[in-house]
Write a protein that binds this ligand. Structure first.
Ligand code: GLC
Length: 531
């Protein structure tokens, strides 16, 4: 395989920008599009190829932009369409791609469509949303549970019906069984494709279709007390219906009318065995389903090996893997695994076969912040219990100035405690920093096609070490990762090789013979090139 035959997104690294927290340009304490433009040289030098930007559309911000009230504009807090165009041009001039968030499962309750739908049972838009009469006892129509907590139904006293919401009551679900809804959303896709976006990350894509008979979701026998309450049920009727593939194929068809390999990425919280369903049997599904499984796994070398092998084995012919370590909804990788293993995890993700998606700030090794109760912003945290998602959404720390260079104003959410130490300027000066490691890995991945497009095969895994290789043509790389905090003696690569990168970033270019043992220091990852 040569790069010429592969769509750009297979060899690309995607960088996720949580727009509220990346860079403020107008001093209101909220990140914006012009702020991203201002930081493009940083992102280009980091070595990422595409940005996925979380929603910037007009929104009442009940869920910080995931409640859209106009799909075809920019919220003034985030800038304007002209800012969007400038950002698109800035990216394309640098040879980078722009991916945006499509939120088709629900709108804001302030969206004109919903306003019209709720105005009367006879409204032509009524059936654009999911309405149901109360149960005979007057209660909710069934047991469907919202992912932000509480029943997935909101009563509308005026019409004496309930409407469905998979998330907050301010986010009513659209009725994707209604063809008019599909036409409207495909039109939204065309609006942005015409404007030059290179693809979409589709929010909760697996939830678009619901059971037309509104059957209850069954009880999840595997529920643990530490799980969020929505996991008490198996969402097989309220979500994850196989018919959703029909819609996904239609979305693919919209994209295929545009040149340039526009990409469709699905947000899918699924184990590997179920994830592969969304590629489609004839690859008519999403190009990339986000694979979040590294986030849930017990962090053991052999466990990670099992996951990679399972994924590689189940992938339909021609399908392409995807890997993710963190995002704006889940605790950061450095918090889950600790700072030392976060370096190893970065080496793992950037040397696996598949498209990696890197969450802003993970290249700095940022950890989740503890947000004092009276400063909590996340509506899911307010509706439920605990810290919610604020901890992973703190502003990006750029330098040692006030508010770490994120803004000139008090940020909408406090900076993390580690901002003062881990900001970009400090890490740029430090040859051993997490930023330096991420850059080195991305540089190698770009230089060596074997590391992006090459075949993946296992070498071995045990209680301490995970080892695999990447091969393309006559180029061969072996990766050895120490998952423990101990020094370990590892099997060397099965061929004479030279070590070209250690995650410690201290020594390189050391030659190894197959008779040598490799000593891996605590939490060390090493990359070897076959001689
Ligand atoms: C997705 C988003 C999350 C949002 C939810 C509802 O899971 O990533 O942030 O709250 O969808 O739109």
């Amino acid at each position: 395989m040569t790069e010429k035959n592969n769509p750009w997104w297979q060899s690309a690294t995607i960088y996720q920008i949580y727009i509220r927290s990346f860079q403020d340009s107008n001093g209101d304490g909220i990140g914006d599009l012009a702020g991203i433009l201002h930081r493009l040289d940083y992102l280009h030098a980091l070595g990422v190829d595409a940005l996925w930007i979380t929603p910037f559309y007009p929104s009442p911000m009940a869920d910080f932009g995931y409640d859209v009230s106009d799909y075809c504009d920019v919220d003034p807090r985030f800038g304007s369409l002209a800012d969007f165009d400038r950002l698109r041009d800035g990216l394309h001039q640098r040879g980078m791609k722009l991916l945006i968030d499509l939120v088709p499962n629900h709108t804001s309750n302030q969206h004109p469509w919903f306003q019209e739908a709720i105005s009367s049972k006879q409204s032509p838009k009524r059936d654009w949303y999911i309405w149901h009469d109360p149960a005979p006892d007057g209660g909710v129509p069934n047991n469907w549970w919202s992912l932000s907590g509480g029943p997935a139904w909101q009563f509308d006293p005026a019409s004496q019906q309930y409407y469905m919401h998979s998330f907050l009551a301010e986010q009513p679900d659209l009725n994707w069984r209604n063809p008019a809804v599909r036409v409207a959303l495909y039109q939204v896709m065309r609006f942005w494709l015409d404007r030059g976006v290179d693809g979409f990350r589709v929010d909760v894509i697996g939830a678009l279709m619901k059971d037309p008979d509104f059957q209850d979701d069954p009880i999840n026998e595997d529920y643990k007390d530490s799980d969020p309450d929505f996991l008490r049920l198996k969402a097989v009727n309220s979500s994850n219906r196989p018919e959703v593939m029909e819609v996904i194929a239609e979305m693919r068809a919209v994209l295929s009318n545009y040149a340039g390999d526009r990409v469709l990425i699905g947000e899918l919280y699924q184990p590997v065995e179920k994830l592969i369903f969304y590629y489609g049997t004839r690859l008519e599904g999403v190009h990339l389903p986000f694979n979040f499984n590294l986030m849930w796994l017990e962090w053991k070398a052999w466990g990670v090996m099992k996951l990679i092998e399972l994924y590689e084995r189940h992938l339909p012919e021609g399908a392409w893997p995807s890997w993710v370590l963190s995002n704006h909804d889940q605790p950061r990788v450095a918090t889950r695994l600790g700072p030392a293993q976060a370096r190893l995890a970065m080496m793992l993700m950037l040397t696996l076969r598949g498209t990696p998606t890197l969450y802003q700030g993970d290249e700095l090794g940022l950890e989740n912040a503890m947000i004092p109760a009276d400063e909590i912003q996340d509506p899911f945290a307010k509706a439920g219990k605990g810290q919610g998602r604020d901890g992973e959404r703190t502003p990006m720390p750029w330098d040692g100035s006030a508010y770490s260079g994120f803004s000139t104003h008090i940020p909408w959410l406090r900076l993390g405690d580690d901002a003062a130490l881990k900001h970009v300027e400090a890490q740029k000066e430090d040859a051993h920093s997490m930023l330096a490691l991420t850059r080195a890995l991305l540089k190698l991945r770009k230089q060596e096609q074997a590391l992006s497009l090459g075949a993946w095969s296992p070498l071995y895994a045990d209680d301490h070490i995970l080892s695999y290789e990447r091969v393309l043509g006559c180029k061969r790389f072996a990766i050895l990762l120490n998952f423990t905090g101990e020094t370990v003696l590892a099997e060397p690569p099965p061929y004479p090789a030279i070590m070209i990168l250690s995650s410690y970033l201290d020594h390189t270019e050391k030659a190894f013979d197959i008779s040598d043992h490799v000593i891996l220091r605590p939490n060390e990852g090493c990359l070897f090139q076959a001689l």
